[in-house]
Design a binder for this molecule. Structure first.
Ligand code: FE2
Length: 297
């Protein structure tokens, strides 16, 4: 696929994230769902956890809760988290690690600060992404992909001006190790001042950039995306353009996400995302009856 000389995707919207409190009360910046943006099919939610500096005993998490019908993807940048679930899995996420959990038919899990983060305090920063599942996969057996930072491909340009961590999809010749149910790109880019990325994204993918630190420009018109803002791309080209002016004083740290929309009705209720109201009622009933399991260790 050649993108030379072609126009980059135009920018449909740039929206501020909102602040919210999740779980037992930890701060998140949430680009969606909000009043302005309910989802970016196939993505149901993106939460930036923190960044926040916590004192000893202050760290909070999300104690035992269920999920059904989609996937939760946790990516830790700073600090560490511990998770446990009703299938007997447990593990710790350190900076750079990713847990891609396919809840499918249902799982109960807890997502808590690590013992040392709770005891000593420290900085917490990370992301949680919810990826919807197509109806054929909503009741699949739960699946886990715990991927350590060392296993996740990273790449950079020869001059070092662009760095990328490839969580899903492909960038700078590196392919992700995580397997997704539908075609997804999840890329963490850092662009130095004066650099530019032309990232191929087929027109049938919905795509957005979320600005984590610093600011940058998107599209051929160079629309500014500030920290905490999400830029939604139109599907009018097969390439996304990201750049940072050479006079910028800091690098631009962003997530680029894209996926083929599922295009099915979405009925959401808290931790469940199904196609119909009846399926949501069933999910609540199954959870209450203990059919999604319990964490008993
Ligand atoms: Fe969860």
């Amino acid at each position: 696929m050649s993108t030379v000389g072609s126009k980059a995707r135009s920018v449909a919207q740039i929206i501020d994230s909102v602040q919210a409190f999740e779980g037992a009360g930890f701060l998140v910046h949430r680009p969606f769902p909000t009043q302005l943006l309910s989802q970016v099919d196939p993505f149901l939610l993106l939460d930036e956890m923190g960044p926040m500096d916590l004192g000893p005993g202050e760290a909070k998490g999300a104690p035992d809760h269920p999920h059904r019908g989609f996937e939760t993807v946790t990516y830790v940048l700073e600090g560490s988290m511990e998770h446990k679930d009703s299938a007997g899995n447990s593990g710790k996420l350190n900076p750079g690690d990713v847990q891609w959990m396919t809840a499918g038919a249902g799982v109960v899990h807890s997502e808590m600060p690590s013992e040392e983060l709770l005891r000593d305090g420290g900085r917490m920063h990370g992301f949680q992404l919810w990826v919807n599942l197509p109806s054929v996969d909503k009741m699949m057996r739960p699946r886990y992909q715990d991927v350590s930072a060392a296993t996740i491909p990273q790449a950079q340009t020869l001059d070092g001006s662009v760095w990328v961590r490839v969580i899903a999809g492909e960038a700078l010749g590196s392919k992700a190790v995580i397997d997704t149910r539908t075609p997804i790109m999840y890329l963490h880019y850092i662009l130095q001042p004066g650099s530019e990325v032309l990232h191929p994204v087929p027109p049938d993918y919905n795509a957005f950039a979320y600005s984590v630190e610093g600011q940058g420009l998107v599209g051929d018109d160079g629309d500014l995306v500030q920290r905490g803002q999400i830029a939604l791309f139109a599907g009018d080209s097969d390439v996304v353009r990201l750049s940072v002016p050479s006079e910028a004083t800091e690098p631009w740290n962003l997530l680029l996400l894209a996926g083929v929309p599922i295009g099915e009705p979405v009925v959401r209720y808290g931790p469940f995302a199904m196609n119909t109201e009846a399926e949501i009622r069933q999910a609540i009933e199954d959870y209450r009856a203990g059919r999604m399991g319990v964490i008993d260790f």
